[in-house]
Design a protein. Structure first.
Length: 191
């Protein structure tokens, strides 16, 4: 019966039918790929597709506990006091700003890969990372260049850049996310 069906299909219908079968077989994989598409730029044959290749930005919670992620058993997971001490070195905000959002800052640092005290102090002393976040906040959100950062900006975007590196597509992704923020919409009268 199947062979009769296949023989009855003429050539012009074979390719579309094969495409339908392939799409059906690969539907789960294709759905995952489509979900990762963040932005398409260009038109016609000249276009770029930007994929979300940094799943940690999507606020995914790590599957392992921070203590399990430590490479050296002698290291310890950062404490909230470590966060306060480290963030004091950043002149853009006050200790009061840090204390106000301390739980969220601490959780974000752990979520985005800043787990040890060494990593935390490397992050807050990383001029390239902090200056990249400052530049994005001034350019996109029109923040005051003297007091650009807030503690959550460092905890989320700073730790993401610190963990993944200063890659152009990652910086572009952060800029896109800032453009979708309530602060951006308010400052650009888009609300």
């Amino acid at each position: 019966m199947i062979s009769t069906f296949i023989e009855s299909i003429s050539w012009p219908y074979t390719v579309p039918l094969a495409a339908i079968i392939i799409v059906y077989i690969l539907r789960d994989s294709l759905a995952e790929i489509i979900k990762r598409i963040k932005r398409v730029k260009g038109e016609g044959k000249n276009y770029d597709i930007l994929f979300d290749s940094y799943p940690n930005i999507a606020l995914n919670t790590p599957t392992e506990r921070p203590q399990q992620a430590l490479s050296d058993p002698g290291q310890t997971v950062i404490t909230k006091q470590d966060v306060i001490d480290a963030f004091k070195t950043i002149p853009d905000f006050t200790e009061q700003d840090v204390r106000q959002y301390l739980d969220a800052i601490h959780q974000s640092l752990l979520r985005y890969g800043v787990i040890t005290k060494t990593q935390l102090f490397q992050l807050v002393s990383s001029v390239p990372v902090l200056d990249t976040v400052r530049r994005l906040y001034v350019d996109v959100l029109h923040r005051d260049p003297k007091k650009t950062l807030d503690p959550m900006a460092v905890a989320v975007w700073g730790s993401t850049l610190f963990s993944h590196g200063l890659k152009k597509d990652l910086i572009d992704e952060i800029e896109l996310r800032l453009r979708q923020s309530p602060e951006y919409k308010k400052k650009h009268s888009l609300t």
